[in-house]
Design a binder for this molecule. Structure first.
Ligand SMILES: *Cc1c(COP(=O)(O)O)cnc(C)c1O
Length: 424
């Protein structure tokens, strides 16, 4: 029997491929699996195995009966070609490092998996992305030189950091970058306008790569599954996770892994000063707000889009709260957590990961696994003054920083984007 997908807002079912190509469901909801396959522990291999092979085992039930089923091993081989090591920090705390991919953040897993799915489907696609920083770089890197894929990146001119701009503009070939004379919201509105224009959508075969796409979410289950399984085999206990959270894509994947039966105890969500999610945990009301700018900028989200998936997963809020908690961390606390970890363990953490370090202090013995979402070198300008030392830059980032930049500047209007696409 093939696994089906439905919208969080309706009962009509779709295949996985349909859900991937549409991105957002026609009724405006998010695609979710109709049911969760349970793992058969008899069949899980004991001991170490390559991450891609583990990914193939973990994800195969979600691909059954879909045109992409045959391609899954190949997609996993390409997407999971870097490790996600689990390291002990102290007695009851470990760190899961998700930043060993080409753009040094966990988004590499989802972006590379999605690119693999789109490319394997064999249909020519133009992926349109508005980005305020990290997502665009991960998508560009993932799609670069992938057959059948064109990437168009929009970023607000002069409003991304030097390193972020480099990661958005150093590609060429099938990746085009546009610096928009406006804000991130302008970029997003231009993308939306083109998606809402059936003629443009059809003509360029537009698709989206943002974090609501189910093909970015599913692969993120893999590292939670593997880390919890490894931990359980070694220590005989189910670990809990502390996850730095913004749009909740990473966190929802952990809830999904737990639902499959992987040995995960509780899930703690650490946010920055943006408190929409924490208020929900406190009051039961979900009230979106405009986002605040913080040190952990990839988590500056006032309306977490994957919240709808989380709510859909549980019968009621009480059940959800039995499994999970949420805590908001200020910029001052982020700085203190970075400094403290450096002094205590001689380890440098990025500002996003620091929210989880801070939240860990309020939690019980656990054992807890802190999810480390980005390499600190991506944020050296913020981190170096805090620790009073330098952060060394890994080879991958050095290579990117040395490449030549190329981008076009356009007005913040949908017509300008349409003209630029047409003239290519
Ligand atoms: C995107 C991002 C996050 C937040 O992840 P969500 O899935 O949006 O909750 C956290 N840390 C880093 C470094 C990120 O790039």
């Amino acid at each position: 029997m093939s696994l089906r997908y439905k919208s969080t807002r309706g009962q009509k079912v779709f295949s996985l491929s349909e859900a991937i190509h549409q991105g957002l469901a026609p009724d405006g909801g998010l695609f979710v699996p109709v049911n969760f396959p349970l793992i058969d522990f008899e069949k899980v291999k004991r001991g170490e195995q390559a991450l891609w092979a583990f990914a193939n085992y973990c994800l195969s039930p979600f691909f059954i009966g879909d045109p992409l089923e045959k391609s899954l091993p190949e997609i996993c081989k390409k997407a999971f070609d870097f490790p996600a090591p689990l390291k002990k920090l102290n007695q009851n705390t470990s760190v899961l490092e998700l930043f060993h991919g080409p753009t040094l953040a966990f988004k590499d897993f989802g972006a590379r998996f999605l690119a693999g799915c789109l490319s394997a489907s064999g249909v020519e696609k133009t992926i349109l992305v508005a980005t305020s920083g990290d997502t665009g770089g991960a998508v560009a890197s993932a799609c670069y030189r992938q057959p059948g894929l064109q990437v168009v990146l929009l970023f607000p001119q002069g409003r991304v950091s030097y390193r972020q701009e480099q990661q958005l503009t150093c590609w060429g070939e099938n990746v085009r970058s546009f610096a928009v004379k406006g804000s991130f919201d302008n970029c997003q509105n231009m993308v939306k306008a083109l998606f809402n224009d059936p003629q443009a959508r059809h003509r360029f075969n537009l698709t989206s790569a943002n974090s609501i796409n189910i093909a970015r979410l599913l692969p993120q289950m893999v590292y939670y599954a593997q880390a919890s399984w490894q931990f359980f085999e070694k220590e005989g206990k189910c670990p809990s996770f502390v996850i730095p959270t913004g749009n909740m894509g990473n966190a929802v994947a952990c809830f999904y892994a737990k639902r499959m039966g992987w040995p995960i105890d509780r899930i703690a969500l650490s946010t920055n000063a943006n408190k929409t999610l924490c208020r929900f945990y406190d009051t039961g009301e979900f009230i979106p707000e405009t986002s605040l700018k913080t040190l952990a900028n990839a988590m500056d989200v006032g309306c977490p889009s994957n919240f709808e998936r989380l709510r859909n997963l549980y019968e009621n809020d009480e059940e959800l709260k039995k499994d999970s908690t949420c805590s908001s961390v200020t910029d001052q606390e982020i700085k203190e957590a970075i400094k403290e970890a450096y002094e205590k363990y001689q380890e440098v953490f990025c500002p996003h990961t620091a929210t989880a370090l801070q939240m860990r202090k309020q939690l019980d013995d656990g054992p807890w696994i802190i999810v480390s979402t980005a390499h600190p070198a991506k944020f050296s300008e913020e981190i170096e003054p805090i620790i009073g030392g330098t952060v060394s830059v890994p080879a991958d980032l050095k290579n990117l920083l040395d490449k030549e930049k190329a981008f076009e500047v356009i007005e913040a209007k949908p017509e300008a984007l349409l003209a630029a696409l047409t003239h290519h």
